[in-house]
Design a protein around this ligand. Structure first.
Ligand SMILES: [Zn+2]
Length: 190
């Protein structure tokens, strides 16, 4: 396993649509190594999600923080002990309802900045796990936000594209000063 370099805004991988992983290639050592490296890289960067394009690989997979009770992860910048990292390959993410909630988001490929982004509070996630087994689950709250952020990366979309008002865009340091008293409002970073 190795920590890979995370590409930053301006790298074409962040603006490209990724290719699905052929099912018979999931067990290949190259793909399994990519998954291990994504897991190690997101931990190293203290993020809560990381998509393959963020390490310059145009394939449809990402890793994300999950927890038995999504409320445990609500607003947490880096995962508490109770959380686990999940892997999803060739995902499809669909909102359960048209509802939208605004919250702070950041991106490991756009360091230091945060912005208010609308996301669906509940989504259905389909895809394959690292063994090629089919996965279908309902995710809510913070985990749903992370998954929507990472799913966007597979389609060349970044959170800045989703913002409704760029006036909330801010440097993390400046926000920290404003939010010192409110720990639970720290942004998600993926
Ligand atoms: Zn991101």
């Amino acid at each position: 396993m190795a920590v890979r370099d995370i590409v930053r805004l301006g790298h074409p991988a962040l603006r490209s649509t990724s290719e699905p992983v052929p099912r018979d290639e999931i067990a290949d050592s190259e793909l399994q190594e990519l998954i291990d490296d994504l897991l190690e890289t997101v931990r190293d960067a203290e993020g809560v999600g990381l998509a393959a394009p963020q390490v310059g690989v145009a394939q449809q997979l990402f890793v994300y923080e999950s927890a038995a009770d999504p409320a445990e992860l609500e607003g947490s910048p880096s995962a508490p002990e109770t959380s686990t990292l999940e892997v999803i390959i060739n995902p499809l993410v669909e909102p359960v309802s048209e509802d939208l909630e605004f919250d702070w988001e950041g991106c490991l490929s756009i360091p230091e900045l945060r912005g208010l982004v609308p996301r669906h509070p509940e989504v259905r996630l389909w895809g394959l796990d690292r063994h090629g087994n089919e996965v279908e689950k309902i995710l809510s709250g913070f985990t749903a936000r992370v998954v929507q952020h990472e799913y966007d990366h597979l389609h060349g979309v970044i959170y800045l594209d989703r913002m409704r008002d760029l006036r909330s865009l801010a440097y993390e340091d400046e926000l920290d000063d404003l939010m010192d008293a409110e720990e639970d409002e720290r942004p998600a970073v993926g």
